[in-house]
Ligand binder design. Structure first.
Ligand code: CAA
Length: 277
């Protein structure tokens, strides 16, 4: 498996693939990002060792199945290449164009996009039938779901191959069609957005909004805590994808999310979102 981009999602995908016995070729833009990404994979495996799910010997041997490079041509012999770069349509399209120059007719090309249309991203690819969305969830080694997104041109063969790779990685695969937000974010993001409205309107304190959903609905995290975990900016971007994709006012982003993003309060990664870290 080739993995382009070793950020939070890419390193989680790489770690999970390694743990399932898949050889991984990871590519990043430069050496600094590559070593940060490799450290994330190593930390993730060490976490598994600490929780007794992996021996330290096994963890080192898995790491030896990880090849690191800044040269995309190292994907040459991969059966599947997963793009996990920054969530922006232009960035992803240009990353996919580079992958497209390496990937042969028999190679599956997948994007880990959480909201951008797979059909849109397939534009310009030589083999759009081989292209599919493989939407993993954070933290990838822990979350059971793989949302498989079938673009307008994705072939049945590609769906079947991607499904079997996802199952090999220990995921429960759910196939969905390519409409804004797919299923996961079409359902999740309006809940987070509504929680932000409830806070903005002073209906309850942030801690209490989260407690309602944790204690009443058994969610592991409340919606505001989860927004910080995902990134408030990512949540806002996805609400905008839903709003512009469906042209339906029910998806209008909460102005509080807009203010928070403009203020740089994007959640855990910035040190503050709804909560301080
Ligand atoms: N990376 C890897 N493993 C992690 C982890 C991380 N960042 N965080 C926690 N874990 C592991 C722990 O090691 C532990 O594993 P073991 O059982 O093997 O020991 C397990 O997860 C549970 O962790 P903790 O006991 O430390 O903490 P917890 O029980 O509070 O669980 C959580 C943490 C798994 C993150 C849990 O709070 C949770 O499930 N939260 C919701 C996460 C969620 O909804 N993710 C999806 C976000 S949406 C998305 O990703 C896609 C999108 O399109 C926006």
């Amino acid at each position: 498996m080739g993995v382009l981009g070793l950020g939070t999602m890419g390193s989680g995908i790489a770690q999970t693939a390694l743990e399932s016995g898949i050889e991984v070729f990871a590519v990043e833009l430069n050496d600094e990002l590559l070593s940060k990404g490799a450290a994330r994979v190593k930390d993730g495996l060490e976490r598994r060792v600490r929780s007794g799910k992996l021996s330290s010997g096994k963890s080192s041997s898995l790491l030896s199945s990880l090849s690191l490079s800044t040269d995309i041509s190292s994907f040459r012999n991969c059966d599947i290449i997963v793009e996990a770069v920054f969530e922006n349509a232009e960035t992803k399209s240009s990353a996919l164009a580079s992958i497209g120059r390496i990937a042969g007719e028999g190679t599956i090309v997948a994007s880990n996009t959480s909201s951008i249309s797979i059909t849109l991203l397939s534009k310009g690819l030589k083999y759009p039938g081989n292209f599919i969305g493989m939407h993993f969830f954070n933290p990838v080694p822990v979350m059971k779901l793989l949302e498989l997104v079938r673009g307008y041109l994705t072939t049945n063969e590609t769906v079947e191959k991607a499904k079997s790779i996802g199952e090999k990685m220990g995921k429960e695969v759910v196939e969905v069609r390519d409409y804004p937000g797919f299923v996961s974010n079409r359902v999740l993001m309006p809940m987070i957005n509504e929680a932000a409205f409830a806070l903005m309107e002073g209906i309850a304190r942030k801690e209490d909004i989260d407690r309602v959903m944790k204690l009443g609905m058994n969610h592991p995290m409340g919606p505001l805590e989860l927004a910080d975990f995902i990134g408030v900016d990512v949540c806002l971007d996805i609400m905008n994808v839903l709003y512009s994709g469906f042209k339906d006012p029910k998806y209008r982003p909460c102005p509080l999310l807009v203010n928070m993003v403009n203020a740089g309060r994007t959640g855990r990664k910035s040190g503050e979102g709804f909560y301080k870290y």
